[in-house]
Design a protein around this ligand. Structure first.
Ligand SMILES: O=C[C@H](O)[C@@H](O)[C@@H](O)[C@H](O)C(=O)O
Length: 474
């Protein structure tokens, strides 16, 4: 018999999977420990004038698919009317069978708006009306969407020079029981050969009030920003390692390279590798001292289309998967951090699934007694965030490590409607475990498996990050 599409047992292919999902996973709250939501929009409880604003203004996943479907840019990021943009998306959706966005789109329509039709050109006008009416009513502001999705913690992604004003203001909202915490993302401090480096260092000097013209002062300023983030509740950092390099460097060498970059604007690849290695080890130590977790997002190849980059800037749908040999460099980097006494809890993600065995096996080399799941092989990221991608990551983790200690899913999203991705993940997780039971590869011990599922959905992340609970300051 054909399985119903998107009913309550969506993606659950056997009875154990159904029990695990409905009785254990479904109602667990969410810790969204990595996303790109705007703290300002959360603070302002942003209301959306229509579904185009909520769905299409910032979502480069949708933009890529619309482009691939031949939709003109005017109807994607251009100046077309919001309704026409929505219609262009509605026309695209039926072409997306097999793509996770076909699922996400309809899960969002069902869960947030009670719309059970499958979006297409014909029903687009009615769905536009129905959804917009809800969006414009009570309970659809950014904060409402977060609360109604049972989210307890949101970690935004922030530049070290950010004042974190909105995070601080959010703390004062007595009627919002969610911790919105900053994540420290110092890519601009590391990318010494980019044109952003010199202005960024100058800004760091202004914001920290320290003299950053020398390396010592620069490191002190970075450390002071780490503490600033900590005071605002930050417990996570995030590093984009589009390529992974490691070259041992002394402080004197790193200082000389820093000076050269400030003066000449350019250093050699070897110098860049030495500088990055030194600063990463330094930062890792700061994080470890404060009990933070460190995230490495590896192997994205960004801004590949120069013409469109000039037109739209970064994060607009022109990134892809990077490759390259990196096992030795990453191993050496983690090793140097460990030797320096400063390897924090670390989460390793790669955009290239070919890298998964490297990450999963390397994680095992730096686990240490006393910290549960210290080094995490992180959840399937971005281009891998689909059924097979998540299965692959979890199966490999189960084979090489301790799946029960996995800290699970994050949204990585730019939209307040993306929380259904946790539902998607949870269904896939429960189906995976349920299938093992079905096939006699795992015992039918619901107490054991139910606890495992709940831990992966929520409890592990709660324990791993140990985020401060929401304390509403005055
Ligand atoms: O899921 C994809 C994301 O939104 C993507 O844009 C981010 O993961 C970003 O590139 C980053 O490096 O943090």
């Amino acid at each position: 018999m054909t399985k119903a599409f998107l009913d309550e047992n969506f993606l659950l292919s056997n009875p154990t999977a159904e029990i695990l999902y409905h009785q254990y996973a479904k109602d667990m709250p969410i810790i969204d420990y990595h996303c790109h939501l705007s703290p300002q929009e959360i603070y302002e409880n942003k209301e959306f004038k229509n579904i185009t604003e909520a769905w299409l203004y910032g979502d480069h996943y949708k933009w890529r698919l619309m482009r691939a479907n031949g939709v003109e840019e005017r109807l994607i990021t251009g100046d077309a009317e919001d309704y026409d943009k929505f219609l262009a998306w509605a026309k695209t959706v039926p072409t997306l069978i097999g793509n996770p966005l076909y699922h996400w789109t309809h899960l969002e329509l069902q869960r947030f708006f009670g719309v059970h039709e499958l979006l297409n050109e014909q029903n687009a006008p009615l769905i536009w009306e129905k959804v917009n009416q809800k969006l414009q009513g009570q309970g659809f502001g950014a904060r409402d969407l977060i609360v109604n999705s049972k989210v307890t913690v949101v970690c935004t992604t922030d530049d070290p020079t950010d004042h974190l004003e909105y995070h601080k203001q959010i703390c004062k909202l007595s009627d919002f029981p969610v911790a919105v915490l900053p994540s420290f993302r110092p890519d601009k401090a590391l990318e010494i050969n980019r044109e952003t480096f010199q202005p960024w260092v100058a800004r760091l000097g202004e914001v920290s009030g320290l003299d950053v013209s020398g390396f010592e002062g620069f490191l002190n300023a970075l450390a002071s920003r780490v503490r600033h983030f900590h005071a605002a509740g930050g417990r996570v950092s995030d590093h984009a390692l589009d390529t992974v390099v490691y070259e041992e460097a002394t402080r004197e060498e790193a200082a000389a390279i820093f000076g050269k970059a400030l003066k000449e604007g350019r250093v050699t690849p070897l110098e860049e590798a030495k500088y990055k290695s030194y600063v990463l080890v330094f930062l890792g130590k700061q994080y470890a001292e404060l009990g933070w977790a460190m995230q490495y997002h590896i192997h994205a190849l960004r801004n590949n289309n120069t013409a469109m980059f000039r037109h739209l800037g970064p994060d607009t749908g022109y990134d892809s998967v990077n490759d390259g040999s990196f096992a030795r460099s990453l191993a050496a980097l983690l090793d140097a951090q460990e030797l320096a006494g400063g390897l924090p809890r670390t989460i390793l993600y790669s955009l290239n699934p070919v890298d998964y065995p490297v990450l999963a096996s390397l994680a095992g080399c730096f686990q240490s007694g006393g910290t549960v799941g210290k080094i995490q092989f992180g959840t399937a990221w971005w281009f891998n965030d689909h059924i097979e991608g998540m299965q692959e990551q979890m199966k490999l983790l189960a084979n090489q490590g301790v799946l029960s200690r996995f800290i699970g899913m994050l949204t990585d999203s730019r939209s307040f409607l993306s929380y259904t991705r946790h539902e998607y993940f949870r269904r896939i997780l429960c189906d995976l475990i349920g299938t093992w039971v079905q096939e006699g590869k795992a015992p039918e011990d619901l107490e054991l498996l139910g606890a495992m599922v709940q831990n992966i959905c929520y409890n592990n992340a709660e324990q791993y990050f140990n985020f401060p609970t929401v304390v509403h300051s005055k």
